[in-house]
Design a protein around this ligand. Sequence first.
Ligand SMILES: Nc1nc2c(ncn2[C@@H]2O[C@H](COP(=O)(O)OP(=O)(O)OP(=O)(O)O)[C@@H](O)[C@H]2O)c(=O)[nH]1
Length: 505
Amino acid sequence: MVHKIRKATLLAIVILTTAIFSGLLYREYDSLTEYMEYIAENGKSALFHEEHINQRMAFALSTAFSATVSPVAGVNDLASVCQKSEQVNDVYGLNLTGHTFPALSGTLQTRDPDCTHWARDVPELAALINDKASPSPRYSFSNYTGYGFDNLRYYIDLDKNYVYVNRLIDSRRFRFQNWLERDGDAITIDTHAISLNIGRHALNDLQQGNNIVSHIYKDTYTHKNIISTLNPVYSDGKIKGVIVTDFTIDDLATSFYTAEHPILWSLLTIYVKDKRSGEIIQFHQPSWSLLPVMHYQTPMTVYYTLNVNLDIRFFLLSQLWLIALYFVTTLLLCQYANYQLKRHAMLARDNVTDPLTGLFNRKILTAQLDAKLRELLMKRISVTTIAVDCDGLKRINDTLGHHMGDEAIKLLSTAIASSLRKSDYAIRSGGDEFNIILIDANQNKASEVIQRITDKLQLIDTRHLVAFSWGCYQMQKQDNLETAFINADKLMYQHKAGKYSPRNP
Ligand SMILES: Nc1nc2c(ncn2[C@@H]2O[C@H](COP(=O)(O)OP(=O)(O)OP(=O)(O)O)[C@@H](O)[C@H]2O)c(=O)[nH]1
């Protein structure tokens, strides 16, 4: 019974602490998942920011092409621009092999040899697509302040068929002039950006002023995975060209960097997945992964979804304190409960124990015990009670002293205790009187027990101090403990009386 209570208590503690700590762990898990969302959205904002810069530049160029811009030194008359015009094979333009035209920081390439056709746009280009003079030349992320995108930005003029790139290009090695091919309404950018096609619908979008974000594709100039963002440039209400910003996926990855959590960063996986083909471009991953959890997915462009997930190792590492606290708390609570249960059992045991003999005292004779014995009787399990009384204890006390009387009581109780099974009860009912309850034992078994007590006494009572009288009574269905004890007592007195009869002095 005590064992059962202990088991149930410990189980309840484990269930309770597990429930509480699971709740706490789930909260931590939830907040980390939210942090994944923050990382993803923060990275995505870099893309939106680049789109925004491109849009602003397109707007600024449209405004400039539609109005007279403020003079830029060295480019305001056609003659001085055309003087600097160069040719490399069939490519014409400015800054084709080096920085020979200082007013432009980048390279202008065209297939049109007539400089006067395109030289008029140079002041606007000089003023606006110049990394130092552009509206937002560089972008630094709040997460990673030391870093700025170094984007390739170019303007494709559909009207005059030239391309202006915001950096110096060696035209002997790379030619941009084949970028543009008019194909009805469509523009195919087929040399630089292999998969970047602006079809009829996209062109319509551009004409309506919408910006376009490309698929991720491998750039033949930088040989990196890039995304292009395109915005239309207008002049006098008609589309004049397209301004394009290429930024590399590697650059984009830096915008996800979690400077405040370097360990988290090392266990983070970030990739984009093509919605149609399922192709995955991974741009950040741990050196090895145990189990990716806390998956967060969000659409990045119309073509791609951005995926961020974290290796379970980070969760376990960051929650180590909570896991340790769970084990320590559960252990301490179990130990405390165990201690209290043991103490309670000990107190309960003390309450029904006779201090001199260690046998039960009369307090064990409860209604529950009575009910238990009745139940056994109903199940046809025999119960026999034995009344035992020490002979001549008064004489021992009077002649040998009270301590020897005590000794006699202890010897008898030791003999009784060692002659019973665990399921039996040995009770010191008072003074030199004992009651024994034998479970699953009839009269014969009771006689065997009495014989064992006698034998044991012979062994331990070396001074032949103790003699005892006994009476056995096998309980009947109608009996209770009280009647059984009375009957056993009667028999015991008969036994005692027999000893003092003239025939048994
Ligand atoms: N030393 C000691 N004596 C006790 C204890 N409890 C009761 N007694 C004594 O035991 C004696 C019991 O006396 P009786 O009931 O007359 O029994 P008896 O002297 O054994 O005589 P019979 O039962 O007729 O054999 C009394 O003198 C009690 O004082 C005890 O714990 N220790």
